[in-house]
Design a protein. Structure first.
Length: 109
């Protein structure tokens, strides 16, 4: 018993043994347009900024703020502050060059 895929392949390839003498037939498919105007195929345009798809990004909702219960269930990050922020905060906190050198010596031990 041939599988459905092999029968489908025979039918689609035109190598079906039952229809060797028949010609291939083609038909014209209907066009979706009601008139000959290409503007009929375009979606309807509304007035104002809502019609511009580039402006629709500014109508997005506010960011999601999880509830306190969800926030309490989250684990704390392994590293509290990214390295670039720690470095910037360090530079802002230590005003003089001597303080920077002392901090550098402390970290390089």
């Amino acid at each position: 018993m041939p599988s459905i895929f092999s029968r489908f392949k025979k039918i689609m390839s035109g190598k079906d043994s039952d229809k060797k003498g028949e010609e291939q037939q083609f038909s014209i498919q209907p066009h979706p347009a009601k008139t000959n105007d290409p503007a009929d195929l375009q979606p309807p345009q509304t007035g104002g900024l809502a019609s511009n798809p580039n402006e629709q990004a500014f109508h997005a909702r506010d960011p999601h703020v999880p509830s306190q219960q969800v926030m309490a269930g989250l684990e704390q990050p392994a590293v509290g502050v990214p390295p670039y922020l720690r470095r910037r905060e360090l530079i802002e906190c230590l005003q003089s060059r001597e303080e920077l050198q002392a901090r550098q010596a402390e970290l390089n031990k």
